[in-house]
Design a protein around this ligand. Structure first.
Ligand SMILES: Cc1cc2nc3c(=O)[nH]c(=O)nc-3n(C[C@H](O)[C@H](O)[C@H](O)COP(=O)(O)OP(=O)(O)OC[C@H]3O[C@@H](n4cnc5c(N)ncnc54)[C@H](O)[C@@H]3O)c2cc1C
Length: 496
């Protein structure tokens, strides 16, 4: 395919989840021309599906220090305290900015925020919008703002294939969309392409979440780190591959986790019982399922009107599965949900390649460590997109010629097979034997984005010879204090 003429812009944003939308608006409000290209529609993102909300220390009895302490405790020794400090300190300001942009967080009759509580948080700290449909509400408001912003040009159904470079700096990307391969040249390129949960057979993520941005950046020579840390959410509806998430917010409102005999199995496991951090709850449920048991969410003791009002979208999802959220036991099991690792960045979202920034779930800023605290990911999108745009626009590289076009577009991966093998080999419970077999199979596959990112996850999981946070090894169940450090994946080769 002969490339079309280059398109020029000040800031190129790749991906239209909340990280990309917010970055595009931040750049436009600073006067930049923005090209926002996204693989699917503006609504096709993990962000749009987010349920529980956004964590931020906005309550009078809360503080950034308390939020930081909970984040660092959940991160199992691997959080970067400086990154966490920025996240929690700048969070309330970003919430105020979102409200200026038209986001309406749920409030009570007196006008105060209705704050939810989720696992690992020592208090109610989660802002939500439209009950448990926070992602659609927030993204919907930002999409409306993007549509009314003349400085932003949107290209839907347009995927980034590769980065364009010039002498070690990133100067844009190659875009494929609408039957056209086209180079985009920019002073600042920002990857906001999301995570890789859809590499696993059982996942809460939409099918497109296969780690494209991480693969693209890694091929270009960017540092990638902490890929072994995948968060498996404990309470997705049991059965099937694409798993409907039952937000942790229901446990924040008092839902219990019970076994087939009605016993609350989290009691005695952790002082916060059902509100223990996610890695603890997931491990407990995995162990229960491995013994042939079953796990259920039980909301039957809660006020039916409150449950159905506060969690209307969850009730609708359960109804589609033939279940009544307020009246039935809801069978749950872990599912791949969030990638803590990703493209290594500094505190301004800058990657190891000049001119290239990464924000949101594709980035590893250090805020999540080995186990993300619930509802910190949306906050991370806002805080670090804002920082990256401020930094990148000040330090932009010259928009040079795009160079050679990528040799071939995205290779096809045998996705169904890959997802099954990833679940078996690198899922919630891993072992040297399973990871080695997975890597051998992956090594024979085409150089597609999914296979490359799967290999990064499995390789990092094999190299981490301990269990920590989202990374559980059945053959090495203990945490090794000597491995309390972040690890970078071995470099490939630089193409920019
Ligand atoms: C069901 C569910 C519920 C969740 N609930 C919460 C919650 O309540 N609170 C919370 O903090 N977190 C929650 N999370 C996690 C959170 O939604 C994500 O971590 C966050 O939205 C990531 O935002 P993002 O902008 O980085 O990526 P995404 O929202 O995933 O967006 C990625 C974008 O990049 C695009 N893209 C991908 N590849 C390419 C490519 N090659 N070229 C161009 N574009 C590309 C995609 O199409 C998409 O537009 C939830 C996740 C799920 C799945």
């Amino acid at each position: 395919m002969a490339p079309a003429a280059p398109v020029r812009t000040d800031v190129l944003v790749l991906g239209a989840g909340l990280a990309g939308l917010y970055a595009a608006l931040a750049a436009a409000r600073r006067g930049a021309g923005v090209l926002l290209a996204t693989k699917g529609s503006l609504q096709a993102s993990n962000s749009y599906m987010a349920q529980g909300g956004v964590a931020a220390a906005v309550a009078a009895d809360d503080s950034p220090a308390d939020h930081a302490a909970d984040t660092i405790a959940a991160g199992r020794g691997l959080c970067d305290p400086a990154a966490v400090g920025l996240l929690v300190a700048e969070g309330p300001g970003r919430i105020a900015d979102l409200e200026d942009l038209g986001v309406r967080f749920d409030r009570d009759a007196a006008g105060g925020y209705r704050l939810g509580r989720e696992g690992g948080h020592g208090r109610r700290r989660i802002l939500h919008a439209d009950g448990a449909a926070t992602g659609a509400a927030v993204a919907g408001a930002l999409i409306a703002r993007v549509a009314s912003e003349p400085r932003i040009r949107v290209l839907e159904h347009t995927a980034a294939l590769a980065l364009a470079g010039d002498g070690g700096a990133c100067t844009g990307a190659w875009l494929l969309g609408h039957d056209e391969l086209r180079p985009a040249r920019a002073r600042m390129t920002l990857l906001a392409t999301g995570g890789a949960g859809a590499l696993f057979q059982r996942t809460t993520n939409p099918p497109g979440a296969v780690g494209d941005g991480i693969a693209i950046a890694y091929r270009a020579g960017a540092a990638v780190r902490d890929m072994e840390f995948v968060q498996f959410h404990p309470t997705a509806l049991a059965g099937g591959g694409r798993a409907f998430l039952i937000s942790e917010a229901v446990r924040g409102e008092g839902a219990h986790l019970v076994d087939a005999g009605g016993r609350r199995f989290m009691l005695g496991v952790h002082p916060d019982a059902e509100l223990a951090p996610r890695d603890v709850v997931t491990r407990t449920i995995e162990a229960l399922l491995a013994r042939g048991g079953e796990a259920y969410l039980d909301l039957r003791h809660l006020d039916r009107g409150h449950v159905l009002g506060r969690f209307a979208n969850l009730a609708a999802g359960c109804r589609r599965a033939g279940l009544d959220l307020a009246a039935d036991l809801i069978p749950v099991a872990p599912a791949a949900h969030y990638l803590m690792g990703g493209i290594a960045t500094d505190l301004d979202g800058a990657t190891s390649i000049a001119g290239l920034y990464a924000v949101g779930e594709c980035a590893a800023t250090g805020v999540h460590g080995a186990n993300r605290l619930a509802s910190n990911s949306l906050l991370e999108c806002f805080v670090f997109s804002h920082r990256a745009v401020a930094h990148g626009m000040a330090a932009g590289v010259a928009a040079a010629e795009p160079g050679r076009s990528p040799l071939r577009p995205l290779a096809r991966a045998p996705l169904a097979d890959l997802r099954r093998r990833m679940w078996e080999g690198a899922g919630p419970v891993r072992s040297e034997e399973g990871l080695t077999a997975l890597l051998a199979w992956l090594g024979e596959r085409a150089d597609s984005n999914p296979a490359l990112v799967a290999g990064l996850i499995a390789g990092a999981a094999l190299r981490r010879t301990e269990s920590r946070g989202g990374h559980l090894r059945s053959d090495l169940p203990d945490t090794d204090p000597d491995q309390a450090r972040s690890t970078t994946c071995p470099p490939l080769h630089s193409t920019v």
